[in-house]
Design a protein around this ligand. Structure first.
Ligand code: WTA
Length: 658
């Protein structure tokens, strides 16, 4: 770690609050005419034809938007298309079959390149295999895989036959896998034997196997052989070896199924306020158009680029911006299995140099780690191929933004700070890199066609600079259509707060707090519900709480996010034991173990604070704000409404002693 501040950077950049896109970038940008904002406003909703035009349709749509059943909006109604055809076949047909689609690098340095032709072949063969297994249109196929090429191949194979996929992040536990499979009533699972993490072999199949024991359906499983060992079979379940399946289908071709624009492309489970994860439903026409459009306009992707989004496909960022957006545009998407600091802290920069990456997209938490490790790592590599940088997942503080801009982008790449969510399908608020002045710390204006407003609790627009709630007043093609099998929850979670249903005025509420400035630049402050953001991973505090109270000896628990230098937020758990005594090491370990078992290691508490009571209001509600203040070591807010104000100091003393 470099303790010395970068004097030059501090002096020159610290005071600077506005950065204009470099001219060289603007000249070549996919979108550089500022009139686009006005045009989208005037043409709305037909402006979204521009997004749909990036795709090939089997059947033209009749209407861009149908809002009869709002907020169950429908986009590109009457249109038909296939997502795999759009991401693979059409590039082969247009003479680009030998262009690299995926360049994959394993943690240990092994590499694989799939041209569009290679991808076409393997997607077809695996699609044929899935069909032979009995997968039919609309059957949900669960993909529980790490960052190996078979993951995007399986996604595209599902898309080809019209079977929605539900990708479960490989870091999730066996229990989390089972919950998601049961919720989606999924009868098919594609997984792998194991993978590498910082030189260790992780036994993934054991986790998948364990999860399957709690799945109600009689699941048929496909296992990818990542480790090259003999595959051991699953207990009493129907199973297949991926390589064998594909070999059996050698040369097979499967016609891409024409899907209705509104047919489900995939489900993605995400955390919400309650303990039960939400199955966000995305569609074929709207989602794919939106992923392609934002990849084109914000990420400035061109077919000849080497593009790298260093996220995991197990989250929405990887769906939209490793797989669907970039492949729809026919570019080369780089995929990396490992972590940024293994074997050395220059691993990512080594890959940028090796693949001559043009566009790099990552999360603020990663940038804060890079800063901590020091500029000598990026400085030791040639990063001059870079043209554009992006961030996503959490607010980025101006210092981290400037560090990224200078030490990775050499002050010659625009940085797009993109706000969006699993539910929005794609980016919503960010500068357009060929147009907008950048203000570090602020994501930027809403994208053309997106009507964002910051309001108070009554739904009235706040004045510039005042904190309020982020709302979206118009629908957009990439939006979620509902929560799987739960229309009521869809309405309650996103539309209840600020809509006037009687007047048929629907306002989407993403549960984020924000401010807006005179130029309509939005600074997103963070979640206002019980969701926290740990290293860019979205976690529900309720999910963690229910894992903790499941531990024998625990009576009650409250989980909050406390700020963390690198992770953004970290999990703080306040725990009351059954016998009222302070929990010992054993209980501590059991709590950690149970959280890892219920969710995954990434949800592990940073600190567990045993306390005889939790601060509660007179009506018995836990005052989470106070617990957050304590975790952050901040001045405490008002405690006069508490039933038990004395407990606050007690907890505070305990936290500062640790
Ligand atoms: C947060 C990730 C500030 C926000 C794509 C949102 C951000 C949640 C930004 C969604 C950003 C995402 N600035 N906050 N640029 N991007 N967020 O569903 O709180 O995993 O609601 O989607 O991340 O997380 P999710």
């Amino acid at each position: 770690m470099t303790d010395e501040p970068d004097v030059e950077l501090e002096a020159r950049l610290e005071e600077k609050e506005r950065f204009d896109p470099p001219e060289a970038f603007v000249e070549q940008a996919n979108v550089s005419d500022p009139d686009i904002y006005e045009e989208f406003e005037e043409e709305w909703p037909d402006c979204w034809e521009r997004a749909a035009d990036l795709l090939d349709w089997d059947e033209e749509y009749d209407d861009v938007l149908v809002d009869d059943e709002a907020p169950f909006y429908e986009w590109f109604v009457g249109g038909e298309l296939n997502a795999a055809y759009n991401c693979v076949d059409r590039h082969v047909e247009s003479g680009r079959k030998n262009h690299a689609a995926i360049k994959w690098e394993g943690e240990g340095g092994e590499t694989r390149t799939y041209t569009y032709q290679d991808l076409y072949r393997e997607v077809n063969e695996f699609a044929a295999a899935l069909r032979d297994m009995g997968v039919e249109e609309d059957d949900v196929v669960t993909l529980y895989m790490p960052m190996i090429p078979e993951l995007p191949i399986a996604m595209l194979a599902c898309a080809r036959i019209g079977a929605p996929h539900s990708v479960v992040f490989a870091g999730f536990s066996a229990d989390a896998l089972a919950t998601r499979m049961n919720s989606a009533e999924s009868e098919y699972l594609v997984t792998c034997d194991g993978y590498y993490r910082r030189g260790d072999v992780l036994n993934h199949k054991e986790k998948a196997d364990k999860g399957l024991r709690s799945v109600e359906a009689d699941v048929e499983t496909v296992v990818v052989d990542r480790l090259g060992d003999e595959l051991t079979h699953f207990l009493g379940k129907r199973h297949h070896d991926y390589d064998e399946l594909v070999a059996e289908q050698s040369g097979e071709r499967v016609d891409p199924v024409s899907r209705d624009a509104e047919d489900m492309l995939f489900l993605m489970y995400t955390s919400g306020t309650t303990g039960k994860p939400k199955g966000v439903k995305h569609t074929t026409g709207g989602y794919l158009s939106y992923a392609a459009w934002t990849s084109h306009s914000v990420l400035d992707i061109k077919p000849e680029d080497s593009y790298w989004c260093a996220a995991d496909i197990g989250w929405i960022t990887g769906h939209s911006y490793i797989v669907y957006g970039p492949l729809a545009l026919g570019t080369t998407t780089v995929m990396y299995e490992g972590t940024p600091d293994y074997p050395e802290k220059d691993r990512l920069w080594e890959l940028v140099e090796k693949y001559a990456v043009d566009i790099f997209y990552t999360a603020p938490t990663a940038i804060r780690s890079f800063m901590k490790w020091g500029k000598e790592y990026p400085d030791s590599k040639d990063l001059s191929s870079l043209r554009l940088l992006g961030t996503v997942g959490e607010p980025i503080n101006p210092r981290a933004w400037k560090w990224y801009y200078k030490h990775i982008g050499d002050e010659s790449c625009p940085v797009v700070d993109t706000w969006w969510q699993t539910e929005t399908g794609g980016m919503m608020i960010t500068t357009l890199p060929g147009i907008g002045t950048m203000k570090p710390g602020s994501a930027g204006p809403a994208l053309p066609g997106i009507d964002a407003e910051i309001v108070d609790t009554a739904g009235e627009a706040v004045s510039p600079g005042d904190a309020g709630y982020l709302t979206i007043n118009n629908p957009w093609p990439g939006m979620l259509r509902t929560l799987y099998d739960n229309d009521d929850r869809f309405i309650n979670e996103y539309w209840r707060e600020y809509s006037d249903s009687e007047a048929d005025e629907w306002v989407y509420f993403p549960e984020d707090g924000a401010t807006i400035d005179e130029d309509e630049y939005i600074t997103v402050l963070g979640r206002v519900d019980d969701v926290i953001n740990v290293s860019g991973h979205r976690l529900g505090t309720m999910e963690i709480e229910s894992a903790i109270v499941g531990v024998p000896g625990v009576a009650e628990a409250a989980v909050v996010g406390g700020s963390h230098e690198v992770k953004g937020e970290a999990v703080y758990a306040y725990v009351i034991t059954e016998d009222g005594t302070e929990g010992g090491e054993e209980l501590y370990d059991s709590i950690i173990e149970n959280v890892e078992r219920a969710i995954g290691p990434f949800a592990r508490p940073e600190e567990i604070i045993f306390t005889p009571e939790l601060p509660k209001t007179r009506s018995g509600k836990i005052m989470r704000r106070l617990l957050e203040d304590i975790a952050n070591g901040e001045q405490l807010g008002n405690t006069s409404t508490l039933r038990n104000p004395e407990i606050v100091e007690e907890i505070q003393a305990q936290v500062s002693a640790e």
